[in-house]
Structures are given as structure tokens and as C-alpha cells.
Design a binder for this molecule. Structure first.
Ligand code: NAP
Length: 296
């Protein structure tokens, strides 16, 4: 499919590369144009403007946050103004429910398709085309997008016709991941201060009562104290907790644990943690216990 791809960060670059490898014609745009270079070598076309990336059947966005997604989609020279009638915008960024609803309305008014398809999986899973894609939108439009999803992920999970449902599911999943990171951080700090080997403790948990990728991935990072380089940066994790709390507020669902996680991210960022992986909230308990060590 003739596809534009906007947003070539940790996730977008490998996702666009996998579209190219699967034989799709891809035109790439990034705010910082130097990130296009590696993809041009793989056969991508370069877009100099957002409009240049909107000339195909589909445009995919994988941008940092609501500010970036709103600017790229809704500005005068943005996607909505440039995309042809009948063409599709697939929003794969983790954005808020309210913005997703606004994008759905605006694209519908312009006669364009809109699908929300945020993903679970860190950059290494994006490289391996092993992402889990949570997709919502008009079923016919979702079906048209499936060849693209198949090139980027191992599984596409449709969650309904309202695109914002996919964003809510994604945000709720990141809330659970952040809660697991915080809980692991506290438990590892506890056993570590008692002299128990941190890595052996994580191995025990991840191979018995918590045999889940999240406990393995984040348990290892916490045991090693390895929070940089960031694969998923702490400010993006903070953004997701705030977006999750905004959705909870608008639905009147009290989520006290979300409030605690908001506080933990704020503490991390207030103390210079912007450059760290979001797993670094799992290192705060060791700091509070007076046992924090640097990566070993
Ligand atoms: P990233 O590496 O920080 O890349 C962010 C992208 O957004 C870059 O292309 C950046 O352009 C662009 N951008 C930021 N602000 C912009 C603005 N105001 N206008 C235009 N472009 C802007 O982030 P990422 O890790 O790839 O994450 C992308 C999305 O996927 C986020 O919504 C994130 O929550 C989600 N996600 C991430 C992971 C992960 O593990 N990393 C996993 C699942 C989902 P520049 O290059 O010019 O800065």
C-alpha cells in the first residue's frame, strides 16, 4: 500500500522499516529530518512536509504525545487538510481518549477514515515486527489496514468501532505496567536490604508466580539498576498516567493507584530523571530505602 509514515522515533523508525521490508511503498516524514536517512537507504521516499506524506492511501502517525499528534493532524497544513477523501489516517501513538475522539470527528467530517491502533511492545519488539496492535475503527477500514498491521506486529486485536476504545485500552495497559514496575521496585528494595540477591529474586518470581513478559523485562532492569539508555522515556510514561487519569476522571472512575503512580513519575522527573527509561520509577524505592546503587 502507498503509505506515509510520520514520526520516526524509537518506535516509528523500526515500524516504517518493517513496512518497507514487507514491500509497501513508504514516504517518511520526521520533524528532525536526519532521522529519515536510514529509511531512505531501505527504499523509502522522503517527505519534506507533512503534506508530502499524505499523498497515498494511508498515513500512519507514531508521535510522542497529544501535543505533537494534534499539531501534525489538525494544523492548517496538517493531515486532515492534506489527505484525500477516502484515504485513512492510522494513529498508532499513545494519545488521550479526548484527542482520539476529536480526530475521529474531524476526519469523518472531511470524508476520511480514522483508525486508532496503539501498540504494546518496546522498541526491540518493533524491530522484530512483534508488536501487539490494539485497533479500533470502522471494521471495513480496519480490514483495509490489516496488511500494514501484519508487517509491523505479531497480532492485531480489534476492540470496537469507536477508535478511542483502543486508546483507553492502551492507557489502561500502561497503567498496569507502571503499577507492576512500582510494585517490583518496592519488593526488590525490600529483599535487597535484607541481603537477598536481587537478580535471583526476580528470576524466582518471573519463573514461578509471575511468568509474564512485564515482570521479566522490568524485573531485570530493576535488579540491574539499568535505566538508561531509555527505550521508553520516563516523560512518556508520565504522559500516559496523566492521560489515563484524565480518562478516569471523565468517566468518574476513582483510580487511587493511578494517583500514586502520578506522584512517583513527578518525583522522578523533578529529580532530573527525564533521560531515564520509565522503569526508573522502580528504582525509587531503593533510593527511599537508602540502598540505591548504580547499574552493575
Ligand atoms: P520518541 O522516540 O520520543 O519519538 C517521538 C517522535 O515524535 C519523534 O519522531 C519526534 O520527532 C516526534 N515529535 C515529538 N514532538 C513533536 C512535535 N511537537 N511535532 C512533531 N513531531 C514531534 O518516542 P517513541 O518511544 O518512539 O514513542 C512514540 C509513541 O509510541 C508515543 O506515543 C509512546 O507513548 C508510544 N509507545 C512507545 C513505546 C516505547 O517503548 N518506546 C512502546 C509503545 C508505545 P523528533 O525526532 O523531531 O523529536
Amino acid at each position: 500500500m502507498k503509505t506515509g509514515f510520520i514520526g520516526l522515533g524509537h518506535m516509528g523508525s523500526p515500524m516504517a522499516a518493517n513496512l518497507l521490508r514487507a514491500g509497501h511503498e513508504v514516504t517518511v516524514f520526521n520533524r528532525s529530518p536526519e532521522k529519515c536517512r536510514a529509511l531512505l537507504e531501505l527504499g523509502a521516499h522522503e517527505a519534506v512536509t507533512v503534506a508530502d506524506a499524505c499523498r497515498g492511501d494511508v498515513v500512519i502517525t507514531m508521535l510522542a504525545d497529544d501535543l505533537a499528534a494534534a499539531r501534525v493532524a489538525l494544523a492548517d497544513d496538517g493531515i486532515v487538510g492534506q489527505l484525500a477523501v477516502g484515504a485513512i489516517h492510522i494513529s498508532m501513538s499513545t494519545i488521550g481518549v479526548a484527542l482520539s475522539k476529536r480526530l475521529a470527528r474531524t476526519h469523518a467530517a472531511a470524508g476520511q477514515g480514522f483508525v486508532a491502533a496503539p501498540v504494546f511492545g518496546r522498541p526491540e519488539m518493533a524491530v522484530a515486527a512483534r508488536l501487539f496492535i490494539v485497533a479500533a475503527g470502522d471494521p471495513a477500514v480496519l480490514e483495509a489496514c490489516q496488511p500494514l498491521f501484519a508487517a509491523m506486529g505479531q497480532k492485531t486485536m480489534p476492540v470496537g468501532e469507536d477508535p478511542s476504545a483502543a486508546n483507553l485500552v492502551k492507557l489502561s495497559g500502561n497503567f498496569l505496567l507502571a503499577a507492576a514496575i512500582e510494585a517490583l521496585g518496592e519488593a526488590v528494595a525490600l529483599v535487597d536490604k535484607a541481603g537477598i540477591d536481587r537478580q535471583a529474586y526476580v528470576d524466582l518470581l518471573a519463573s514461578t508466580i509471575f511468568p509474564a513478559p512485564a515482570y521479566r523485562t522490568y524485573g531485570d532492569l530493576i535488579a540491574e539498576g539499568k535505566f538508561e539508555p531509555a527505550a521508553f522515556a520516563a516523560p512518556l510514561g508520565y504522559k500516559d498516567i496523566r492521560l489515563m487519569l484524565a480518562a478516569a476522571e471523565s468517566l468518574q472512575v476513582p483510580m487511587p493507584l493511578g494517583g500514586l503512580l502520578h506522584h512517583r513519575f513527578l518525583r522522578l522527573l523533578a529529580n532530573g530523571g527525564d533521560h531515564l527509561d520509565w522503569a526508573a520509577i522502580g528504582g525509587l524505592a531503593a533510593q527511599d530505602a537508602g540502598t540505591a546503587r548504580s547499574a552493575r
